[in-house]
Write a protein that binds this ligand. Sequence first.
Ligand code: HEM
Length: 116
Amino acid sequence: MMDTTHLHITTWVIGLILFFVTYSMLKGGNPKAKMMHMITRLFFILIFLSGGMLISDFGVYATKMIVGLLVIAFMEMVLVRTAKRKSTGVMWTLFILSLLFVLYLGFSLPLGITIF
Ligand code: HEM
């Protein structure tokens, strides 16, 4: 399943980059920010689909899936709240914590790269 692992890594790396690009565009009031947000959401779906394709045993991967979904949810909350000019401190903190946790889980689970 090495190819699907690479697909999954590609989608979340691009998704993370798009998240930061969209964030700065929303923050700067760029008129194209809404369009970038849509593209970013497309990658959120691709992260979920490629991750779902890696699930062979739900008992083993349930935590990985839930935390992965939380990462996506917190990125979306940061973007929506930035667009609405609301505070984002709590969402940034939750995003970073869940991201660290999901990276730890991903790299300690058996498929692909196992560094922890
Ligand atoms: C931004 C969100 C996500 C990040 C940063 C992320 C990160 C990772 C990483 C680092 C790996 C390990 C790759 C490797 O070992 O080479 C991985 C594997 C995996 N991910 Fe995700 N992931 C995310 C979202 C998701 C979601 C939403 C799902 C489920 C729908 C999911 C399911 C999986 C599964 C099943 C694996 C295989 C674990 C293994 O045995 O190595 N991920 N992910």
